[in-house]
Design a protein around this ligand. Structure first.
Ligand code: SF4
Ligand code: SF4
Length: 366
């Protein structure tokens, strides 16, 4: 069943009902603490309809949409939250060691319960990041059981971006604004409905169950126009040959200059959809018979991240910022065959010091 179909906005509640009937818990974008994040979606009334985001270095604000955008439900770019917490929990137990009878040790793994989850509104950059996560957590040696359990229960209803933020540069990294892969369905928004593209068998079954009509030539032309406009609206870009140039600039004076502004707060790595560093820890029991072993997100900006045998390898901020940039934009190519940046721009908007990764790369590699 190839092709693209048309879903009227008036039928969107039936679409959500269908997902629930199929056993999915439905999550989608909504406003919380003055930002657009994902959460449980009760209905279309929860969507941030009629809102626009305003983003810049160290700046994120929501405001009313323009009059000609009021009918749109997705006329905004990503907020701080990517798909990351849905597949890689910020903190989670991994396994327990116990000695219930005082002698033999027992080991029990913790696995998240199966939870079919449909996420509405994922964007192209976040699906590109998910592809990197799949490679890291599933294809890089033994699959990560916790990630695998969450990932296999995910249904992704993506939305093509029509209104990128000023901080977006997915067109420069080749990851957006058009959704390319890793979705079950992709929606392109028009004033009265959505053009629906199919990305998987599960998506095909949903479209078939809803008996959607094919999209017409006029609707498809509007989608192409919207995507071209979204790509052209992006102002930020990356300098050429970053991968090689960064490695010849390890002593560049800019590392020290950026370190004078950087707070080592780790906001950039927390919001980055491709950062997956974690640290492992143990919650002990006073009886010394049970220990729970967990992992939680870590960051190369944390001092403890590079601590080894009494020595912190990257003791100052300049070294940590350099580690972040050189890993993401250079060494990542060796690990994953591509850069670690999908151009979402979150690290620019959510950096309290307003440090802009595209500006820093231009200064170092331009
Ligand atoms: S480095 Fe910044 S722009 Fe690139 S993917 Fe991470 S948060 Fe997004
Ligand atoms: S670059 Fe910005 S967000 Fe990242 S650690 Fe430094 S101050 Fe924090």
């Amino acid at each position: 069943m190839a092709g693209e179909f048309y879903l009227q906005k008036a039928l969107f509640p039936s679409f959500l009902d269908r997902l629930r009937q199929d056993g999915y818990e439905v999550h989608g974008p909504q406003i919380k603490d003055n930002a657009i994040v994902y959460g449980p979606l009760r209905g279309i009334e929860d969507l941030p309809r009629g809102f626009r985001d305003h983003q810049g270095p160290g700046r994120y604000a929501l405001g009313a949409a323009e009059v000609d955008e009021e009918a749109l439900w997705f006329a905004w770019a990503n907020g701080p939250q990517a798909l990351k917490p849905y597949v890689f929990a910020p903190r989670e137990p991994l396994w327990q060691a116990a000695r219930p009878d005082g002698h033999r040790l027992q080991f029990t793994p913790y696995l998240p319960p199966p939870r079919p989850l449909a996420i509405i509104g994922a964007r192209a950059c976040d699906l590109a990041a998910l592809a990197i996560f799949d490679r890291h957590f599933l294809q890089n040696g033994e699959p990560d059981p916790q990630y695998h359990r969450r990932r296999e229960n995910l249904l992704l209803v993506a939305v093509n971006c029509s209104h990128p933020a000023a901080t977006c540069f997915c067109a420069a990294t080749g990851d957006g604004p058009q959704v390319q892969a890793f979705h079950d369905l992709v929606l392109s928004e028009l004033a009265q409905g959505f053009v629906v593209g199919i990305g998987s068998e599960r998506g095909e079954m949903l479209v078939s169950a809803l008996q959607l009509p094919p999209a017409d030539a006029g609707q498809l032309a509007q989608v192409q126009h919207s995507l071209a406009r979204a790509a052209a609206a992006q102002q930020r870009t990356l300098p050429g040959e970053v991968q090689a140039k960064l490695l010849t600039a390890l002593d560049h004076e800019r590392w020290q200059q950026v370190a004078e502004r950087c707070l080592s707060c780790a906001n950039c790595t927390a919001v980055c959809p491709t950062c997956f560093c974690f640290r492992a820890g143990v919650d002990g029991d006073i009886s010394l018979r049970v220990s729970d072993h967990y992992r939680e997100w870590d960051s190369c900006f944390n001092q403890g991240h590079s601590y080894m045998h009494g020595l912190t390898i990257r003791g100052d901020t300049a070294l940590r910022y350099r580690q972040w940039l050189t890993h993401k934009f250079s060494f990542w190519h060796e690990q994953f065959g591509r850069s670690g940046c999908v151009g979402c721009g979150r690290c620019i908007s959510w950096c309290p010091a307003g440090i802009d990764v595209t500006v820093e790369l231009s200064a170092i590699c331009g």
